[in-house]
Ligand binder design. Structure first.
Ligand code: HEM
Length: 525
């Protein structure tokens, strides 16, 4: 997932003026999936929401069914509200449904199209995915990175302990630290880390370069060819500057790993693993370098959103926190911190992690896929070039692992037919309760489907788990009291590709003197 503030839908809408003519002259007789009625020429431009898209898309789902269609200035947009349709289209017809939209300014001119999340579908895409899958593609492969996650999470505890008011900054630094250390074996500095700084600058530039309507070249892509000196071509100079920052974000840590390897002191990492004992062609060098950078670009902000929402949930739901702590006390005890070795013995913590991922939908409308061939799906015409948007927030549940069962027409992440009282925060829904089956695991959905499924899902899952277990082992999280009044944080997730809880206040205190001692232990221990 790429940018915190900008929705992919907005981005894509920004560059579609060129389709106006097509709208008038190229009527296709086949029927599109149902959707709100549009106007001549402009289509459904007025129906497209600018905030909390997922709510409007869910309404379309209820009204029009699993697949709905709108057309904006000639751009076809398909919204999927059903897991069955997501699997049937994105997974089973993956060869046709796995491309990404073209972003003239951010992708083409600045160069973000080399990052996996924007990379066009093809051989290079497959090579990146192969690299990532090889190193962090399953739980077992990730075992070797567990010590890194544990050490970085211990450092997080220390930071929160010494300065709890800066929780959000600590979450951000820790997510960056885990991603940079996994990708490059690089250990971040506590303050003003140059790699974090570079990556944040590049990511900010990405947000700016991909902001909807910010650059004329997104509306008229042909302008990409004008020279820099051309009147009105300031965007080209900006693109050159931002391209340089992106290049540094990708090159500097890569060079760091190579130098460490030459000196024989490189710690194990995604990059050192891929480079070890190999002489790379220029193409291989490109794919290793950019797949490593794709991990930071794709992962850091998603982890931030999830861990920050853990603290929000614990502030709001003290009973859940108490149950989690009771389990930790019983299984781990007060004399050590939990580790990954405890994972199988902590079912409530496992259920809590699932509930966090369900309750805080990190990428409510995911990253659009682009259709590369005309398709007929469920009798509907899906034209080549359509953007496919998955509404994770409310998806009709039709489990990938349960395809033949009669649960076909149930709902998911926020739907009462799949999750009892979906707005209620209740980890117990995932436990075996009095013979009642646990509710479906949200991890089978929230990371996406098909060939673009999140390749960092196991790393994400591990990071969220260890942060949850360690934080609750040592901290009590509660509402702050201001002027004798408890302040209840609002649950109002931001709109954007990555949705974050709005900044909130909470009180974070060590649970006991023993907890303080555990926090203060050497983080490398
Ligand atoms: C809770 C955390 C996370 C969630 C919920 C999440 C979810 C997603 C989703 C929904 C997608 C889009 C899938 C699609 O296009 O169909 C995605 C893509 C991606 N994610 Fe994650 N993600 C998380 C963490 C991570 C982490 C930790 C990493 C890397 C270490 C990562 C790397 C990526 C990359 C590189 C892509 C682009 C894949 C492609 O276009 O082929 N994500 N993620």
């Amino acid at each position: 997932m790429l940018t915190p503030n900008v929705t992919w839908l907005d981005l894509c809408l920004a560059g579609i003026g060129v389709y106006l003519v097509k709208q008038v002259f190229n009527k296709n007789p086949a029927s599109y999936p149902p959707g709100p009625r549009g106007w001549p020429l402009i289509g459904n431009i007025q129906d497209i929401p600018h905030i909390k898209h997922w709510l409007t898309f869910a309404e379309w789902g209820k009204k029009y069914g699993a697949i709905s269609h709108v057309e904006v200035l000639g751009q076809h947009i398909i919204v999927i509200n059903s897991v069955k349709s997501a699997v049937d289209m994105l997974d089973k017809k993956g060869a046709v449904y796995s491309d990404r939209p073209v972003l003239p300014m951010a992708g083409e001119l600045v160069g973000w199209k080399h990052i996996l999340a924007l990379l066009p579908y093809g051989d290079r895409f497959r090579q990146y995915r192969k690299n990532i899958h090889h190193i962090i593609g399953n739980r077992a492969a990730l075992d070797v990175y567990h010590p890194i996650e544990e050490i970085e999470t211990r450092r997080f505890l220390k930071r929160v302990f010494s300065n709890p008011e800066q929780l959000q900054a600590h979450v951000r630094l820790t997510a960056g630290a885990i991603t940079l250390r996994t990708s490059y074996g690089y250990e971040v500095k506590e303050n003003n880390d140059p790699f974090i700084d570079l990556a944040e600058r590049a990511m900010n530039n990405f947000s700016r370069s991909s902001a909807p309507g910010a650059f004329i070249v997104d509306i008229v892509p042909l302008l990409a060819n004008v020279p820099e000196w051309f009147p009105g071509a300031g965007f080209k100079r900006l693109a050159r500057e931002w391209r340089q920052t992106l290049k540094e974000m990708v090159d500097v840590p890569y060079k760091f790993v190579k130098e460490q390897m030459d000196a024989g002191i490189a710690p194990m990492s995604f990059t050192s693993n891929l480079l070890e004992g190999r002489i790379l062609s220029a193409e291989e060098d490109h794919t290793v370098k950019w797949s490593a950078a794709s991990l930071y670009a794709g992962g850091a902000d998603s982890i931030v959103s999830t861990i920050y929402s853990l603290f929000l949930a614990m502030t709001l739901f003290p009973d859940v926190q108490k149950k989690a702590q009771a389990e930790l006390d019983a299984v781990v005890g007060p004399d050590r911190l939990p580790s990954f070795a405890d994972r199988d013995s902590l079912p409530y913590i496992e259920a809590l992690v699932k509930e966090i991922l369900r309750w805080n939908v990190v990428g409510p409308t995911s990253i659009p896929h682009r259709v590369t061939e005309d398709d007929i799906h469920d009798g509907y015409h899906i034209p080549k070039g359509s953007l496919v948007i998955l509404n994770f927030w409310l998806v009709r549940y039709f489990s990938v692992f349960d395809i033949s069962a009669k649960s076909k027409d149930r709902f998911m992440l926020n739907d009462p037919q799949t999750y009892a009282n979906p707005s209620q925060f209740n980890p117990e829904r995932f436990l075996d309760n009095n013979g009642k089956d646990p509710e479906p695991d949200p991890r089978t959905i929230c990371f996406g489907f098909g060939r673009r499924i999140c390749p960092g899902l196991h790393l994400a899952d591990a990071s969220v788990w260890i942060s949850t277990a360690m934080s609750l082992a040592v901290f009590d999280i509660s509402k702050v009291v201001e002027k004798d009044v408890e302040v209840t944080p609002e649950v109002d997730p931001t709109s954007g590709t990555i949705s974050h809880p709005k900044p909130f206040k909470c009180s974070i205190k060590p649970r006991s003197a023993k907890a303080v001692a555990l926090i203060q232990q050497d983080a490398n221990y």
